[in-house]
Ligand binder design. Structure first.
Ligand SMILES: [Zn+2]
Ligand SMILES: [Zn+2]
Length: 814
């Protein structure tokens, strides 16, 4: 008697058996090629919803496929557990962040187990555990010793709601906090920075990694490399020992068009350069600027503001006096914080000149220019005019000529600048790894010795945000002795940005149990770099950027022997539900648990892969998942009911072999390219086809068994429980997941072809080789589209198309 498909029973059974038999346990093995398949570890904010499964189920399917192909696959799982969201959630629930986080970890482990993935839980990491963050602190010390970590007072991005500073990368959109959407303001604080700018040039180079171009572009834009010249403008009157101010410009060819000179209001020279009669106005303006957000200051089209200081610089080429103004659209952090304003050839400078009635001079002629006043800035290259000895040259020639002259005279030089700023890693919050530094009155900044790590996060600190680090108020934590002089000292009370934790977790995965090092060097040598990293594109200028920097720095310290962590990156899309991305705050979240309980994990896995191209995502629909569940039931019945052979027909057998091998080829190619949806579509076609074969009873029993075996092997990565169960039920040895991936015979995949004769009004006009499986509609479309046919048709409309299958098509013209 045929048994009914019961996913609840078989999924539980196989998950327990796989775990008991440890079939997914991973170890280093020099006889097989390694494949490190990493998926971004989830943040421990609460339950996993379907949106969280979306990166994971297809990643697991791909990893299983590589495993069956003979690779030694590491596909680990862990938890990104420190940080603001967990802390905020814990505060709103009145429980300790540790308790909240570990409860979530527990629940997420259960949910992740139910997915039926090949995670080897012996490799799990949880970043908020002391045995992990001890090494995050250790890396801080390494960066410090290498001169890559430093402390500085700086205006930083401050979120008034989260009560903490944010890295530039965490300020999104129009100057908003990426955690809570609050408008970010500025504050001056002593902070720890990582010198990521030292790696700007290396980080621009994506030539040795296979990443989506849009991520590379986002990273390049973030680094913001500009080539140009640094040019000194002498002050008309030397002040406080200062003789000149230098500017950075990408357009030295426009220097004869400078009609005013701009400084950032924060520029320290401003007070000295302000004449007494301008003092009040200037000071008022500076106060006003402090209240403006950075994105507003630089927004195009924003009404221009500024104040004249009353003093002048001298144009080094033309010798003209140029008035000095301050304006908010010049940022102190970009270039030198000073700008030579060329209103004729820069949009913002043009708007500024208009507002304050400053002269606009054309020095680069637009095409067909006849000397008239420009009505807008002309920013393209052109022919130089009004430019002294350079008049008549092209912009490019002028650029070179002016740079050469300045370099010769010592008034400037060609240079490159970057928009990228150093990575701010201090957070004034509780839930993070403490920065392992103490401050001693006698010795100054003293790093905590490696042997004293970890600096434990005190469990009893009052952690509610006050704008100051909560640890400041925890006396037992703050007061310590100096490791150098044994005198009294204070601990650093800021914690580290959680992006520190996620910059190296993939190293720890290889050897999470190791106690005397962050990772086992041999194991990292074996597994790294990551062969395939899957996850969301939203991490382009944060996690994916920081991790690259981290590894490049570790390589320079001699700690690893590779300098790009992720060889191949794939970004999946997102799952839409009720018109938007699933999020708890919007209340449009679907929990996988109820679906798993009702129709099984295999159906959920398959549906997520069928919903659309993985890189695009798709819209969750309940009827869609029911369709997948029906298909899985059909597979079950097809295989479980068995086969009764009848009269054998060689052409039927030939066709079954052809279809089987064609499907193996298609599924293999689709899996290589992450085309899970079309892979499933061809497996559905194969299922339908096998149902017809079963009905027709025209193939041998052994050939039927072979075809079913192929079907199950091809299904194994996507629906692992179903495939395992049916594999056993059809008499195969356990486990299907230890079988080799089926190979296809290219000869058998080849389509049968025939020569289609094309007639117009019964006369032979064309011939073409077509696949035997071509449909009548395809034949008509093909025939009518042929150039030779068109010439005989004379623009007349065809009356009729007659097709004699596998032979001839005749187009009849009225
Ligand atoms: Zn915030
Ligand atoms: Zn000391």
């Amino acid at each position: 008697m045929t048994q009914k498909y019961n996913p609840q029973e078989i999924e539980k059974k196989w998950q327990e058996k796989w775990a008991a038999d440890r079939i997914y346990e991973v170890s280093e093995d020099s006889t097989r090629p390694k494949f490190y398949a990493l998926t971004m570890f989830p943040y421990t904010s609460g339950d996993l919803h379907i949106g969280h499964w979306y990166p994971m189920a297809p990643s697991d399917t791909h990893a299983r496929f590589k495993r069956m192909q003979g690779y030694n696959v590491l596909h680990p799982m862990g938890f990104d557990a420190f940080g603001l969201p967990a802390e905020n959630a814990a505060i709103s629930r009145g429980i300790h962040p540790y308790e909240w986080t570990m409860k979530n970890v527990e629940n997420m482990r259960r949910q992740l187990r139910s997915i039926g993935a090949i995670y080897d839980w012996n490799h799990e990491v949880v970043t908020c555990q002391p045995e992990y963050y001890k090494w995050t602190q250790w890396f801080f010390l390494k960066f410090f010793n290498a001169g890559l970590a430093y402390r500085a007072k700086a205006p930083v991005n401050w979120c008034p709601r989260c009560q903490t500073v944010l890295a530039n990368e965490q300020v999104v959109g129009e100057g908003l906090c990426d955690r809570c959407g609050t408008l970010v303001t500025k504050r001056d604080l002593e902070q720890w920075f990582f010198r990521i700018t030292k790696y700007a040039e290396e980080l621009l180079d994506h030539s040795r990694i296979d990443w989506p171009e849009r991520i590379n572009i986002m990273q390049r834009n973030w680094i913001g490399k500009s080539e140009g010249a640094e040019i000194s403008f002498k002050l008309e009157y030397e002040t406080a020992g200062q003789k000149e101010i230098s500017v950075f410009t990408t357009r030295p060819d426009t220097i004869f068009g400078v009609t005013f000179f701009l400084l950032a209001p924060e520029n320290p020279l401003v007070p000295q350069l302000t004449t007494p009669e301008r003092k009040v106005e200037v000071e008022e303006y500076i106060v006003w600027c402090r209240r403006q957000a950075e994105y507003e200051r630089t927004a195009l089209g924003r009404e221009k503001t500024g104040v004249f200081l009353g003093t002048y610089v001298i144009n080094p080429l033309s010798g003209e006096r140029v008035p000095i103004w301050i304006t908010d659209y010049v940022l102190p952090t970009y270039g030198t914080g000073a700008v030579m304003a060329v209103p004729g050839h820069d949009e913002r400078d043009f708007e500024f000149a208009r507002k304050f009635n400053l002269p606009v001079r054309t020095v680069i002629a637009p095409p067909d220019w006849t000397g008239e006043q420009l009505m807008e800035a002309y920013t393209e290259p052109g022919v130089m005019v009004n430019s002294g000895e350079f008049t008549g040259l092209s912009s490019a020639q002028g650029y070179e000529g002016i740079c050469a002259l300045l370099e010769e005279e010592g008034g400037g030089k060609r240079t490159t600048i970057y928009r990228l700023r150093d990575w701010l890693i201090s957070r004034q919050r509780y839930w993070g790894a403490p920065i392992p530094v103490v401050y001693c009155d006698r010795c100054g900044v003293v790093p905590v010795p490696e042997n004293d790590l970890p600096v434990l996060l005190p469990p009893d600190a009052e952690f509610k945000p006050t704008g100051e680090s909560p640890l400041k108020h925890c006396q037992s934590f703050v007061n310590t002795t100096c490791p150098k002089c044994s005198g009294p000292a204070q601990r650093e009370t800021d914690t580290m940005d959680t992006f520190m934790c996620s910059s190296w977790y993939f190293l720890r995965y290889t050897s999470p149990g190791i106690e005397d090092a962050p990772f086992d060097t041999d194991k990292v040598k074996y597994w790294l770099p990551v062969d395939l990293y899957t996850g969301g594109a939203e991490h382009a200028v944060m996690h994916l950027f920081y991790a690259r920097f981290f590894i490049k720095a570790l390589k320079d310290m001699g700690l690893v022997d590779f300098d790009e962590p992720f060889t191949h990156l794939f970004n999946q899309g997102i799952i839409i539900y009720q018109g938007g991305k699933m999020s708890k705050s919007k209340g449009n979240v679907i929990s996988p648990d109820e679906y798993v309980a009702e129709i099984g994990a295999d159906a959920v896995r398959a549906y997520l892969m069928f919903i659309g191209p993985w890189e695009m995502g798709g819209e969750w629909s309940d009827s869609g998942i029911v369709g997948i569940s029906r298909w899985i039931n059909r597979i079950w019945n097809l295989v479980e009911e068995g086969y009764d052979g009848g009269t054998l027909r060689p052409d039927a057998e030939k066709e079954l072999r052809h279809i089987s091998h064609k499907t193996i080829k298609k599924v293999t190619e689709d899996l290589e390219k992450f085309r899970f949806n079309t892979m499933l579509a061809s497996l559905m076609e194969l299922t339908n086809y096998l149902a017809k074969v079963k009905e027709a009873r025209a193939v041998s029993d052994s050939l039927w068994q072979e075809a079913v075996g192929y079907l199950l092997l091809l299904l194994a990565p996507a629906v692992p429980h179903l495939a395992e169960e049916l594999w056993g039920r059809t008499g195969h040895p356990y486990s299907i997941h230890n079988q080799s991936w089926p190979e296809f015979d290219e000869e058998l995949t080849r389509e049968e072809e025939f020569t289609l004769v094309i007639q117009v009004n019964g006369k032979l006009r064309d011939k073409v080789l077509v696949p035997a499986s071509i449909s009548e509609a395809e034949v008509k479309e093909l025939a009518l589209g042929r150039e030779r046919v068109k010439t005989y048709m004379d623009n007349s409309k065809h009356a009729k198309v007659i097709y004699v299958p596998k032979r001839v098509v005749n187009i009849v013209i009225a």
